[in-house]
Design a protein around this ligand. Structure first.
Ligand SMILES: NC(=O)c1ccc[n+]([C@@H]2O[C@H](COP(=O)([O-])OP(=O)(O)OC[C@H]3O[C@@H](n4cnc5c(N)ncnc54)[C@H](O)[C@@H]3O)[C@@H](O)[C@H]2O)c1
Length: 265
């Protein structure tokens, strides 16, 4: 039995726990969930402290936010626990990425999360040089509003009747201004070997029923364009529903028991 603790009981953490309890991966046991608020009544596993998670689990699955990775990843890895990271954007902090890479004996992996094609980008990134890469994300305006925006900017985004580009810049700038939208850009940057390569564009579209990510990369190995159109999670419009399933799939690879009739890793 592999003992799993999950951090975060929200739009990703809860369905991850439910899928594991339903037997999505053989021979895993969910020992509990670490959460910064009391769990809702009827939550199917107990709430535990991080110290207990570290003491009693084999793998910790982060589904809580970039700040949790920044604060606890090194401690988790130094305790010998493996860590599955959902908040990939945390690794846009080069200092943290270096400290996590140096920490151990626990291993950390980052889920592919909301996007696909990252397997091919890893292969292309290791084949030769990367000339350019970009991620263009289109979401409903409300999912892109930020607390730092002034009232006029929020109003312009909220009431737009056509798609508008609200941000164009580097992944490093996106980390500062649109931290939640950085997860996909960071995933692409990590796959290609450098976050500096990734240009980020965010479009607010009032007609966007699905969240779309267009990933483009020109490399020595080839030119790639992936368009991903995800349905938002019913529990959190800023998160795509498929992410929880990506986390379960990544976990299944990490524990060496890939899901699916034929294993594709
Ligand atoms: N890789 C991807 O493609 C991708 C996609 C979407 C979201 N994410 C990441 O996943 C994270 C979780 O997404 P979500 O939609 O489930 O969010 P959510 O807001 O629905 O749930 C977050 C959960 O974490 C808990 N939490 C927050 N801070 C905590 C802390 N310090 N300690 C313990 N628990 C804490 C909250 O109480 C909540 O239960 C996001 O913050 C984002 O960074 C990644």
């Amino acid at each position: 039995m592999t003992k799993i603790a999950v951090i975060g009981a929200g739009a990703i953490g809860r369905p991850v726990v439910e899928a594991l309890l339903a037997g999505a991966i053989d021979d895993v046991e969910v020992i509990g969930v670490v959460n910064d608020k009391p769990l809702p009544d009827g939550f199917p596993v107990p709430q535990i402290h991080l110290a207990e998670a570290i003491a009693t689990s084999d793998v910790i699955v982060e589904c809580a936010g970039q700040a949790v990775v920044a604060r606890h990843a090194v401690e988790i890895l130094e305790s010998g626990r493996d860590l599955l990271v959902t908040s990939a954007g945390a690794l846009a902090d080069a200092g943290l990425a270096t400290r996590m890479t140096a920490a151990g004996p626990g291993r950390f992996v980052v889920t592919s999360g909301a996007v696909g094609g990252v397997d091919l980008l890893v292969s292309a990134g290791s084949y030769g040089s990367v000339q350019r890469a970009s991620v263009t994300t289109t979401k409903l305006p409300g999912a892109l509003l930020q607390p730092w925006m002034d009232d006029a900017t929020q109003e312009r985004i909220r009431t737009t009747t056509e798609p508008i580009t609200i941000f164009e810049g580097t992944a490093e700038e996106a980390a500062r201004f649109f931290p939640r939208s950085l997860n996909v850009a960071a995933t692409v940057g990590l796959a290609l070997g450098s976050l500096d390569l990734v240009e980020v564009r965010l479009i607010a579209d009032p007609a966007a029923e699905l969240t779309s990510h267009v990933i483009e990369a020109d490399t020595d190995a080839g030119s790639y364009r992936f368009e991903i159109r995800n349905h938002p999670s019913p529990d959190n419009p800023r998160t795509s529903g498929v992410v929880a399933r990506a986390v379960v799939r990544s976990l299944s690879v990490l524990v060496g028991r890939p899901v699916g009739a034929v294993s594709i890793i």
